[in-house]
Design a protein around this ligand. Sequence first.
Ligand code: GLN
Length: 248
Amino acid sequence: MLTMKKILALVMVAVLALAMVACGSAEKDVLTMGTNAAFPPYEFVDENNNVVGIDAEIAAAVAEKLGMELEIKDMAFDSLITAVSTGSVDVALAGMTVTPERAESVNFSDSYATGIQVVIVTEDSAIASIEDLDGKKIGVQTGTTGDIYCAGDYGEENIARYDNGALAVAALQNGQVDCVVIDNEPAKAFVEANEGLKILDTEYITENYAAAIAKENTELLEKFNKALAELKAEGKLDEIIGKYIKAE
Ligand code: GLN
C-alpha cells in the first residue's frame, strides 16, 4: 500500500526530475537556421514533416559541436539574406551560392559544397544546349543565382519567376515555360521524381555553397568555420553529403 509519505516522496522525485529537464534545456543555446525546404537533397520536408537534407545535417552537426540546439525556420529563398542580416535567424544554409552582391549584406562561411546551374527541359524539347536558350521562356526560382544570371543573359522579359524549384518544374510540365534553370542536385531530384524531363548535358555556371551569417556576428562566423573544418577533417562532411548524393 502507498502511504502518504511514499506518495509525497514520489511527487518530490517527479518535481525534481521536471526541474532538471527544464534547467537542462534552458542551458542550451539555440542556433536558428533559415532555409527554403524545397531544394532536395540540400533541404526538403520528409514524410514526418521534418526539414531534412544535407544542410540540415551539417547545421545540426555544427550546432552539436557548439553545444547548441538547432532550430530550423522554413521561408522563401529570397527572404533569407534579410532574415540573416536583421538577426531573425542566426545562420542561413540553403544551398546558397556565394556572390559578391550577397556578401555586401552578410558574411559567408567557408564553402562546404559546389553547385552547377543546369537546364531542365522536357524530353521532347527542341532545346539541345545552352545556345538554344535565346528567346525561350525560362523558369527560375525567385532571387536565386539562376534567376539573376538568366535575367542578365536572356532578358527580364524571358524570365518566369516561381517561389521554389518544384513550382518552376510544374510550370515546365504544364508548358508555361520552355525550360528551368536550377542547381544540378535539385535538378536531378526533380527529374527523378517527375516523368518526361531531362537535364541538358551542357552546364551553365559552377558555384560555391556556404552558410550566411550576419556581418556583426563574427564570433559565430569563427565558431562555424572551426566546427566546419573539424567536420571536414573527421570525414563527417563527406559522410553527410554521401548519404544524400550517390556517386555516379
Ligand atoms: N544556389 C542558388 C542560389 O544561391 C539556389 C539556392 C536555392 O534555391 N536554395 O541562388
